[in-house]
Design a protein around this ligand. Structure first.
Ligand code: EPZ
Length: 421
């Protein structure tokens, strides 16, 4: 199994190109099921998760081709199967989003209940309610969801989400685009990935209004057309490298990063005493010898502080002056990085959904275990800031969501390499 070995202490200087967003790309790939024409996604991140989604789509009959550059072409000329088995869905939750498009286009589908990172219970009740509101009949049995559309297909409906779930909002948008008439999604999630999906579905011929606000209206169509669509820049990859610079020191321009998608994070970085500023074509993050102060954060749905950057922020706070409180409100089990960060000398105590981080003078490298995607990368950040050698084991978690991580960091002067057994 691969490991990542980091010799800490090097400051980061230069540029890092930000890739397309994993969490947008996966739903855009599911959108390819809605049309018999070609969907070309540009700025596609090459990740274990996108390969995994491609594998599932191929099984359903989609011709998937990678390249040239960071392009992926998906062509669902005909859907040959509407069954997504446990083995292809359990590892990654986003695969569940094929259910709605399959029911919308083929009238029925059988999809395994999903798995994914072990960060909480993560049910799919809201996804199923959304599909029911569009007329689908849902049955659950033996770990599978079987959904059937009424005769004549899905029909537009009112979807009221009790919680602004990202996945359920996207699932509803996908299915509603191929339903008859208008659908309204109330209390919709407002993440930039939702707006990206809305842009893509609109270019495919559906009419999607209000993405980025709490009410989204979708005018469905009988058929949708193909599209070439660029995947939005990854705001979590952006946050991750920003926090790596803020923790390890240096001066880096994150090329292609969208300032407006991480405003709360920039404020926290600046409040802590590092610098984040919008520059032409990206965001510049710097820390040149400044002392870092503890800053409290609470994760919230967008535009609040992203849960997917919470672990990385905690690694940054580990050597801040004073105490910071990190409150996690989205997932109930998302502090698995805390005991691993403690191996490097961090002083973190967890009480329910709150972690109290008491800043220490320095971190010292140690062997650590990656537990989930964002937790893993928080250990990389801590390793970059620490003295001495850190070995991150179980690197496959990182490969799910970070494209060419070692290469991007090495180019900025980090001493980081991958070792394979
Ligand atoms: C997406 O997950 C992202 N994943 C997550 O990123 C991200 O952390 C999350 O949104 C929040 O921003 C993808 O886009 C593939 P939710 P999603 O539905 O859609 C509860 C990463 O590291 N809920 O907004 O699954 C749920 O249990 C990943 O890249 C229900 O109760 O998130 C959670 O507590 C991790 N019932 C909360 O809502 C449902 O039917 C938020 O989940 C759905 C969700």
């Amino acid at each position: 199994m691969d490991r990542i070995v980091i010799e800490g202490g090097a400051r980061l200087h230069g540029e890092i190109g930000i890739s397309g967003a994993k969490n947008s790309a996966l739903k855009l790939m599911a959108a390819a099921l809605l049309t018999d024409e070609k969907v070309a996604l540009t700025s596609m991140p090459r990740l274990a998760d996108s390969r995994f989604m491609a594998h599932l789509l191929a099984r359903l009959g989609v011709a998937v081709e990678e390249g040239p550059g960071s392009q992926m072409q998906l062509h669902a000329a005909a859907i040959t199967d509407t069954y997504a088995p446990y083995d292809l869905v359990r590892k990654m939750r986003a695969t569940f989003n094929v259910l709605g498009p399959l029911v919308a286009r083929e009238g029925r589908a059988k999809v395994s209940l999903p798995g994914g990172c072990a960060i909480g219970a993560r049910p799919v009740d809201l996804h199923l309610k959304a599909l029911e509101a569009l007329g689908a009949q849902i049955e659950l049995s033996e770990g599978y969801v079987e959904a059937t559309a009424p005769k004549g297909g899905l029909v537009g409906g009112e979807i009221e989400l009790p919680f602004a779930s990202v996945g359920a909002t996207e699932h509803a948008m996908l299915a509603a685009s191929l339903a008859r008439g208008e659908s309204v999604i109330d209390n919709a999630a407002r993440e930039p990935e939702i707006a990206d999906l809305a842009d893509c579905l609109t270019a495919m011929g559906a009419e999607v209004e209000g993405a980025g606000t709490s009410t989204i209206r979708v005018q469905g169509r009988d058929r949708l057309n193909g599209v070439t669509h660029p995947v939005v820049a990854d705001r979590i990859e952006t946050a991750t490298y920003a926090l790596a610079v803020a923790a390890a020191g240096g001066d880096v321009v994150l090329k292609g990063a969208r300032w407006e998608h991480n405003k709360v994070l920039w404020r926290a970085i600046n409040d802590a005493g590092a610098t984040a500023e919008a520059v032409e074509g990206g965001v510049r993050v710097a820390r040149n010898g400044s002392t870092i102060r503890g800053v409290d954060i609470e994760t919230q749905p967008y535009p609040g502080f992203p849960t997917d950057a919470q672990a990385q922020f905690m690694a940054f706070m580990a050597t801040a002056e004073g105490t910071s409180v990190v409150r996690e409100t989205i997932f109930e089990n998302r502090f698995m990085h805390a005991p691993e960060l403690a191996r490097l000398g961090a002083d973190i105590s967890v009480h329910g959904n709150e972690a109290i981080v008491r800043g220490v003078d320095k971190l010292v490298g140690a062997p650590v275990m990656a537990t989930d995607l964002r937790a893993s990368v928080s250990l990389v950040i801590a390793g970059l800031a620490a003295e001495g050698e850190t070995v991150v084991n179980r690197v496959y978690h990182l490969d799910r969501g970070f494209e060419r991580l070692e290469e991007k960091l090495t180019k900025c002067g980090a001493k980081i390499q991958r070792l394979s057994d």
